[in-house]
Design a binder for this molecule. Structure first.
Ligand SMILES: Cc1cc2nc3c(=O)[nH]c(=O)nc-3n(C[C@H](O)[C@H](O)[C@H](O)COP(=O)(O)OP(=O)(O)OC[C@H]3O[C@@H](n4cnc5c(N)ncnc54)[C@H](O)[C@@H]3O)c2cc1C
Length: 473
């Protein structure tokens, strides 16, 4: 098709790659020149929904995207937000008549899209929005009567049955006009944040692609995913969550490669493992669909029966939980892994979230916000879904009377204490079996420099069950 536009803008948002990038491919096909832009947010200081780890990862992603674009003779243009004004100014400056971008899965991002459309259409700009972060947009997976699913299992069945778009491997070729102004690449100072030394996986498309290919080419992990994914010490999950969150890999390509790996798998067990992994990708899209159809989950409990629970908000127990000083080894290991790496294993996310909401009865929203501040993969929908699941208030949540016991969870998923000892060095010399039960006898400490458990789990369990019964609508 001949170029119908002289200049197109590609607005990068959370899709920091060049491979299988629908917006970029479209712009390159339909315009003589393409201007890649990212709009930096303008908030500064502490933020309830993000923090140092994710901003640091974002900086790395932008740097790598700019380098990859420069390699193609282009560059990333950085502008300061708010996004609507910044993109409109760039349109006026360049005379662009086409704006391409990927739809955001969050209500905040979609609101920006609506405003942008209102602002740019009267200027004669063509807006092309693509679904990129998911295999199926929220309105594609609906019940037979056209309503959104509220429960995961039927959603996933419908999701699995739908045809999936194939990835496109061609890297688009395009020219970029020169001389346009750009802000410098950001660092933490851009948001007045200070590095807290948190480590993380390498940002950028190249590193993420390597992680994806390594994961798919390691049968010892992929083919055992169904059985080993709950063992935090084994570290056998894909570790792709931050890459999906920042669009460093294409979900279409990941899915396609999974299907190929399943076709080549040597046994029924290996195929089952790959299917289990694919179903986790469906969980991600389920929670995005829940957030899309029920955006109120950001303000209140999904299940109306639990909207009047008098959750606590005390700072001292919250701080002990955040710092990994609860005296529950598996909880502390998870919270310290989060502080040190911006990541926490899924099983341990469930244990720590249930501990905050069911043992301490602190508001799950405090935990939700802390996770968003610390997780490199912080995804509003999955995080809210995971928290409401754990608190027993969410879509398809664990019922309130299912309260995980941190001691027996340790027995099941970290029986030799390897994960705990990695993150809680004070417990290095404590025999593993003692990490699976509350301290007994005269001494209530597992080790001299380790605090006693801040609550008695079995007592808290009883109180919490009564509490739910009393305040449930
Ligand atoms: C309280 C709580 C909060 C969470 N917050 C987030 C979050 O902010 N961002 C996030 O990406 N995930 C979140 N999860 C889901 C899950 O813990 C992570 O996706 C997973 O640990 C990432 O590790 P991985 O990439 O090795 O996962 P793998 O086991 O390899 O799974 C592959 C991919 O599937 C998706 N996935 C897996 N499990 C889930 C799930 N339960 N819900 C939604 N998607 C899933 C992720 O994109 C993940 O990368 C949360 C879970 C809980 C219980």
């Amino acid at each position: 098709m001949p170029d119908s536009h002289a200049i197109a803008i590609v607005w990068f948002r959370r899709d920091f790659r060049l491979t299988d990038h629908l917006a970029l491919q479209h712009a390159a096909r339909h315009a003589a020149e393409v201007v890649p832009v990212y709009v930096l947010s303008t908030w500064t200081g502490p933020h309830a929904w993000t923090g140092v780890p994710r901003q640091k990862f974002l900086c790395g992603c932008l740097k790598s995207l700019d380098a990859n674009l420069r390699h193609q003779g282009s560059r990333l243009h950085l502008r300061r937000g708010p996004a609507v004004g910044a993109v409109e100014a760039l349109v006026r400056e360049t005379g662009a008549t086409l704006l391409c971008y990927h739809r955001d899965p969050d209500p905040f991002g979609r609101e920006v899209e609506r405003q942008l459309e209102k602002q740019l259409k009267p200027l004669g700009v063509e807006l092309r929005a693509f679904t990129d972060h998911v295999l199926h947009g929220p309105d594609e997976v609906l019940t037979q009567s056209g309503t959104p699913y509220r429960v995961y299992t039927p959603y996933s069945r419908a999701w699995l049955e739908l045809d999936k778009q194939a990835p496109r491997s061609d890297k688009p070729k395009f020219k970029t006009p020169t001389g346009l102004a750009s802000e410098p690449l950001p660092d933490l100072g851009t948001w007045k944040l200070e590095d807290d030394g948190c480590g993380m996986l390498e940002p950028g498309e190249r590193a993420a692609r390597k992680r994806m290919l390594d994961w798919l080419n390691r049968p010892d992990r992929l083919h055992r995913y169904a059985s080993d994914r709950n063992l935090p010490a084994a570290a056998t999950t894909s570790r792709l969550s931050q890459d999906l969150r920042h669009g460093l890999i294409s979900i279409r390509e990941l899915y396609r490669r999974c299907v190929e790996a399943r076709d080549d798998a040597p046994s029924a067990g290996a195929r089952k493992s790959i299917d289990t992994f694919i179903k986790e990708l469906a969980w991600r899209e389920f929670y995005m669909a829940v957030l899309h159809h029920f955006p109120e989950v950001l303000d209140e409990e999904f299940n109306p029966d639990y909207r009047r629970l008098p959750w606590g908000t005390d700072e001292e127990p919250l701080r002990r939980w955040q710092r990994g000083e609860t005296g529950f080894p598996i909880v502390d290991a998870g919270m310290r892994e989060l502080l040190a790496t911006g990541f926490m294993h899924n099983r341990v996310r469930m244990i720590t979230a249930m501990f905050l909401s069911k043992d301490l009865r602190l508001h799950w929203r405090l935990g939700e916000s802390w996770f968003m501040q610390r997780l490199v993969d912080g995804e509003i929908s999955s995080n809210n879904g995971g928290w409401q699941w754990s608190a027993g208030t969410g879509a398809d949540a664990a019922p309130y009377f299912r309260i995980q016991n941190p001691w027996t969870q340790t027995q099941s998923y970290d029986p030799d204490g390897a994960y705990i000892k990695q993150w809680v060095p004070e417990l290095a010399d404590v025999p593993a079996r003692r990490l699976c039960e509350p301290p007994r006898g005269g001494d209530d400490r597992l080790a001299r420099k380790y605090p006693p458990p801040m609550v008695d789990h079995s007592e808290q369990r009883k109180t919490t069950l009564e509490w739910f019964k009393t305040h449930k609508r």
